[in-house]
Design a protein around this ligand. Structure first.
Ligand SMILES: [Zn+2]
Length: 315
């Protein structure tokens, strides 16, 4: 059932989060070179196992993905530094039960979605290091992932993240230059939050509907601006993953239903991604799409309600 929004501001792991905001040189070395897609909906159509990404499918009518090893599309290339058998397999996520957003002039700030369903939400931030294994991992895992991307971090290879959208990623906003927002003035924050979202909308054909402030730091101005420019909820997290290690904020060292997990596009991307999935699997949970739990943010048609009129002509 819809839950009441609870605002949590646990800061135990802030030091670890976003600590890699040093600009690391890209090792991508490749680009798809294809045109940006004008799709308005989260792109999951090319995922290898639609049952994982379409919770409305009756599990009884489809083969269980939990019993089969991950596969990769032909031509994608072999995994480098990991094996397909390293990728946990999950049962289909249940039909989402969107939460109820509170009224008022501020977007809600959440680190856990208040649900009892056996789901967790993987989020990956910033976008500085574009590891060519990422698209293979996404394709093999076949799970939904929300990317909170900083435009300055990704502008050198916009198509890299578009390719991740083909395998379950949805792109959301994380400012232009990753500054500390709390305590800054309205105009400064407005440019970072709203113009950053607009830019992502131009690049990817879908304007973000969710926001994460750098370092998880925000003030009332942040939440008010997020709401003003069509970002429906603002997110922190409950677990972080770095160098292959999952760090928990709470004494119960286990991913709990509704938890939002944070990792980054860092050098240990492969280890972090697999560690996050193992932690979710160990907890008996299934990755679900964060956007499906926020009213007005989810598939199939977020653009029905957004973007607001002042950015609708961005194309
Ligand atoms: Zn960040």
């Amino acid at each position: 059932m819809p839950g009441v929004i609870t605002v949590s501001r646990r800061r135990l792991v802030l030091g670890a989060a976003c600590a890699a905001l040093v600009v690391v040189p890209t090792v991508a070395g490749w680009s798809t070179g294809r045109a940006l897609r004008p799709s308005a909906a989260p792109s999951v159509s090319a995922a290898p196992d639609p049952a994982v990404l379409m919770p409305s499918v009756d599990p009884a009518l489809s083969p269980s993905p939990a019993s089969t090893e991950a596969t990769l599309p032909a031509g994608m290339g072999a995994p480098v530094g990991w094996k397909l058998s390293d990728v946990p397999r999950f049962p289909p996520a249940p039909p989402p039960e969107p939460i109820t957003l509170p009224p008022g002039d501020e977007a809600p700030f959440l680190s856990r979605i208040p649900v009892t369903q056996p789901v967790a939400f993987l989020t990956i931030d910033d976008g500085f290091l574009k590891n060519p294994e990422a698209v293979k991992l996404f394709a093999a895992a076949g799970i939904p992932v929300t990317l909170f991307l900083t435009t300055d971090a990704i502008q050198d290879d916009v198509p890299f993240f578009n390719r991740l959208r083909d395998y379950g990623a949805v792109i959301e906003a994380h400012t232009i230059s990753h500054p500390e927002l709390a305590g800054r003035g309205y105009d400064f924050q407005r440019r970072q939050i709203c113009d950053g979202a607009d830019r992502l909308g131009q690049w990817y054909g879908r304007r973000p509907v969710l926001f994460r402030p750098p370092f998880g730091d925000k003030d009332h101005t942040t939440l008010r601006i997020a709401k003003e420019c069509g970002l429906r909820a603002v997110f922190m997290w409950k677990e972080t993953v770095d160098k292959g290690i999952v760090r928990y904020q709470e004494q119960l060292k286990r991913v709990q239903p509704g938890d939002i997990i944070l990792m980054h596009f860092r050098p240990a991307f492969v280890q972090d991604f697999l560690a996050a999935l193992r932690a979710i699997h160990r907890a008996g949970l299934t990755p679900a799409l964060l956007e499906d739990y926020v009213p007005g943010a989810g598939s199939p048609a977020p653009s029905v309600h957004f973007p607001p009129a002042h950015v609708r002509d961005l194309g």
